[in-house]
Design a protein around this ligand. Sequence first.
Ligand code: MIG
Length: 734
Amino acid sequence: MKNESASVKRFHLGAPPVPTETVVEHIPEQPIAEMPLGTLTREAGPICWRIPLGADAVVYGLGQRVRGMNKRGFRYRSFCSDDPSHTPDKEALYGAHDFWVVWDAGKWYGAFVDTPGAIQYDVGFEVRDRMTVVVTHGCGDLYYFEGSFEGIVRRYRQLIGKAYAPPKWAFGYQQSRWGYVNEADIRAVQSGFDAHDIPLDAIYMDIDYMERYKDFTVDAHRFPDLPGLAGALKAEGIRLIPIIDAGVKIEPGYSIYEEGLERQAFCTDASGKPFVAAVWPGRVHFPDFLNPEAAEWFGDQYAWLMDQGIEGFWNDMNEPAIFYSESGLETALEYLCRQRGENLDIHGFFKLKDTILGLANSPEDYQALHHRLPNGTRISHEAVHNLYGYKMSRAAAEGILRKNPGMRPFLITRASHAGLAKHTGIWTGDNQSLWEHLLLNIQMMPALGMMGFLYAGADVGGFGGHASAELMVRWMQFAVFTPLFRNHSALGTRPQEPWAFDALSLAQMRSAIRLRYAFLPYLYSAFMQSVLKDALLMAPLSYAYTDAASLRIEDQLLFGEDVMLAPVYVQNARGRAVYLPEPMAFFPMTDYEHLEADFMDKARILDAGHHYIEVPEDTIPLFIRPDHIICFAPPANRTAAMASPEALTVFGYVRTQATHALYDDDGVSLAYQDSDSEGAHHTVIHVALEGEALSLSVDTYNARLQTVCVLNIEDSGKITTCIQSHPRTQVHMV
Ligand code: MIG
């Protein structure tokens, strides 16, 4: 893609109570009066930015949100929220994601608000032709960008630092369920994958592994020998990934609790006493992650599990989610008691109901919760709410790094803020087994990548609710392309392991997962290059095409530089409409073993414009852009078994020539971060078509090209060519 640059301007809104530590580059400040777009005004505390939206303006970004890729037509709130019901009326989910890019009147501009507190957005909802952004606490910085879509994203991402990259094994398939409660359950998952010959790289442990939900403890009855289990799985190439929750159980004698008290590492109430809230374990204190000493102390605790063979973690409930606070519960119970014997009319009854329902995540509790800054002053949590999950997960990532220097930590988190994107990945929280949430997953991925959360994914199959076999299959077919590919589901829902349905869907899910592994060399390369080039891995079509239709397409994505995706997300559909901004090769893939046959027999060139494509239930539709090539390797049941692909099969749509630089590295170290990274390699594949002659050259460090299939548009029919090739050879074909 083009390498256009973008301009950036910084407007300082006011000093935040604590630095967000989001931006890694100093941009000189401009006076607020010089904001080139809309009007920026301070209204008492909040800052309000009113931006005109042209009739055809399209607004992308804002990260983890409900609704479509174009955010126009609704309002949103940045206030990290534990909300397990991702219905379209929800203004806030778990992330505080405040970067967006707008196409208006033939130009792109972008904006990023770096602030620790809430932001309210109205994107043409009250008034169709206006966007308003209200920065509640009126502090932080506002950045304004101009340039191309790609250039603006790159500039923003440069500003916040290189996106997090996990170790390579994290691109394998991962199995999770809230309900694997003991060693036998974990072993059963492993043998299920073995028995059904399905690739797997990680199994998750949810809250039940802990002793009474206490962080950094292991229930000795359920997991009598965690090091033994972790070691046995590791020997098979499978990682165990335990959950860590934000709240620390109040339990005399529990070392984390005792130490936290002693170090004054917990958040307090206004008077300075440790704040008592309740989550899973009942009463807890919240570690004060905004205090660097407390953060470091908590981050160091991860080593205890790492010493037992654990290599990765997921941080949960770190918005922070509060079931109730001690004081909130007390007030509520008092009120409830006073209602005994009352004649409750509609108002009385609703108030009674809301008294209970309003206990969780209440504004009063967030107001009452306090942090202690290094200089000793105490500040209310409310004004810095959006930093909490971020600082928890950064503390964890740094702790893991201290324990394992130079190695990439594996960490995903639920709550997040732009500042976290350089430290960890995210999963998108408690979605449901709904077709609508498969579409939401598709539409959310580009917005997460824009924020810098490239390593991201949804609970495949849906967390809440019961998944059908067809939903599982279609969701997996999409998740083949999401960097985090994790099947996770909630306690009490229908099991979601690939074999939990029927023989046909099992075969289809196995094919999808095996295709994911076959695609790994390409996917890993595309992911790492997106990190290194501050680019998007998954993007709206308008990232590359700005024709009117591309700007409006809501259910197709560009993947890397070579591929377009058009997933099926409708129940019972066996095809779908697809829009092509330019001619592309339609490649209906079913299974790695049939890939060549699928390509030779079924792939075809589609002209630019609107089409209807058949997509049977066993098929993943993929589009190759003109003069681009992609490649696959024989899948293995672990990513580690694929570390140096012996053979690659290349598919392409080549009109004149195509060049692809396939990136690879050691997959575990941070060496990729050095610009001339020793550990990194490129395999450069070049295919050229002159008349009927196809030439291929490969500059490779360890891959052997096996087969090349090329589609040619000139004849509109197919020219399919197979080439056997060896390293550093050039082959001409007639
Ligand atoms: O309130 O640990 O998003 O993935 O399985 C539920 C139990 C708490 C929420 C997480 C989900 C996890 C669940 N947790």
